[in-house]
Design a protein around this ligand. Structure first.
Ligand SMILES: Cc1cc2nc3c(=O)[nH]c(=O)nc-3n(C[C@H](O)[C@H](O)[C@H](O)COP(=O)(O)OP(=O)(O)OC[C@H]3O[C@@H](n4cnc5c(N)ncnc54)[C@H](O)[C@@H]3O)c2cc1C
Length: 379
């Protein structure tokens, strides 16, 4: 029996924040869009769930009623060293807290209402073709064709995407793991804290449902040295920071088991691969402490949407769209990415962190400057 191949103007691989935001914008301009997402909404993700305020107007413009959701607004920062020293500082722009479970699900619903075809539990396994003739997309749910393909598949590059191996701006070539819990605890709703421990740091801030997100990043080596046992690593390493020990031992954990991801690397990649436009973590990511990756992904979706509108209206060629998108991406994130890689070196190393925090405590101007480097402008 012959199976029908469906055709779309734009195919998006990965329905996280970047992919869904792009889909909503394109569908708003009557462009036919399909999103392939290998999981099923709603689902949890390893993420600190703090979104810088720069994204608030953009998310509202997509139809997300943020003001009605009574979300915690966060304007105060605390960073501790594992010796227990705490730097306190106001967060200039600040942010808000919302779980990825809720946020991605809201965007999925908005995209569906706008007519985006969302293929859930559908993994893309191969893409062939080019920007001139169009693309053939092979998925676990059949084959599709599309004029344009965008990759927003997150931090793990699929095998069918060719990227040259690059270590540019990769702070230390490390492999990291990310661990996340939702907890109920006694903690001010307007505050975010980052607690350092040996080879890592852990953030805590409020999200929706009265929950708090407790999420940390550490080296894969740290886990290995603790027999690949997360609980053992927490008790032996994270608990060395007394403030962190307090949150782990005096909170109610919503789920006993954390969500864990491994093989995480932070580096700049590129904004296209063989005619496929890349956005979000697929184009490059920096450590959570240094950058607000969610806002970067959302902003990249806006930059790309602008170029794709011109492309679909016949006002530029695919090559021009690709060049213009790369130019805009570098202008928007170049400095932030570079600053992030340097900032990262200050954290997770006991002595350096303690010293850096004590110095910053004495120079609020410098602290404000560093904090502002990790937050972009409203878009
Ligand atoms: C420990 C940690 C904490 C963080 N904390 C924060 C924070 O507090 N604030 C912040 O702003 N950022 C934070 N970040 C960064 C942030 O999570 C990412 O930058 C953001 O999720 C990137 O969004 P994305 O849409 O590019 O990718 P993702 O949200 O990862 O979405 C990619 C999607 O693609 C799907 N997919 C992948 N491959 C395929 C395929 N072949 N076929 C179909 N679907 C596929 C995946 O299932 C996934 O849903 C953190 C990151 C880590 C690791």
């Amino acid at each position: 029996m012959e199976t029908r191949t469906e055709h779309f103007e734009c195919a998006i691989i990965g329905g996280g924040l970047a992919g869904l935001c792009l889909a909503v914008q394109l569908a708003g301009r009557d462009i036919s869009v399909v999103v392939f997402e290998k999981s099923k909404y709603p689902f949890h993700k390893v993420c600190g769930e703090y979104i810088s305020m720069e994204s608030w107007p953009f998310l509202e413009s997509l139809g997300l009623p943020l003001a009605d959701l009574a979300l915690p607004e966060i304007n105060s920062l605390g960073i501790s060293s594992d010796h227990g020293f705490m730097l306190n500082h106001p967060l200039g722009m600040g942010g808000f807290g919302i779980s990825r479970y809720s946020l991605d699900h809201c965007l999925f619903e908005i995209a569906s209402r706008k007519g985006v075809r969302i293929m859930q539990e559908c993994r893309v396994t191969d893409v062939q073709g080019n920007a001139g003739d169009g693309f053939q997309i092979r998925t676990s749910a059949g084959n599709f064709t599309s004029k344009v393909v965008c990759g927003s598949y997150g931090k793990y590059t699929p095998q069918f995407i060719q990227l040259p191996e690059t270590n540019a701006f990769n702070a230390d070539n490390q492999n990291y793991i990310g661990v996340k819990y939702h907890i109920k605890t006694d903690f001010p709703a307007h505050r975010i804290e980052l607690h350092n421990f040996s080879d890592g740091y852990c953030g805590i801030s409020k999200v929706d449902r009265g929950w708090y997100c407790l999420c940390y990043l550490t080296t894969a080596r740290n886990l290995l040295e603790n027999g690949k046992d997360v609980k053992q690593m927490e008790e032996r390493v994270l608990y060395q920071n007394p403030l962190l020990k307090n949150y782990f031992t005096h909170s109610e954990f919503v789920n006993a088991q954390p969500l864990v991801i491994s093989n995480v690397q932070f580096k700049k990649k590129q904004t296209d691969s063989n005619g496929i436009f890349l956005l979000g973590d697929a184009a490059g990511s920096i450590t959570p402490l240094c950058g607000n990756g969610m806002s970067m992904g959302m902003r990249a979706s806006k930059l790309l949407a602008e170029q794709l509108f011109l492309l679909f209206n016949g006002k530029q060629t695919p090559i021009q769209a690709s060049q213009n998108y790369r130019r805009d991406w570098n202008a928007a994130f170049g400095t932030r990415i570079r600053a992030g890689y340097h900032l990262q070196k200050l954290f997770g190393k006991s002595r350096t962190t303690d010293l850096a925090l004590k110095l910053l405590d004495k120079s609020p101007w410098l602290t404000s400057k560093l904090v502002s480097l990790t937050h972009g402008e409203v878009f």
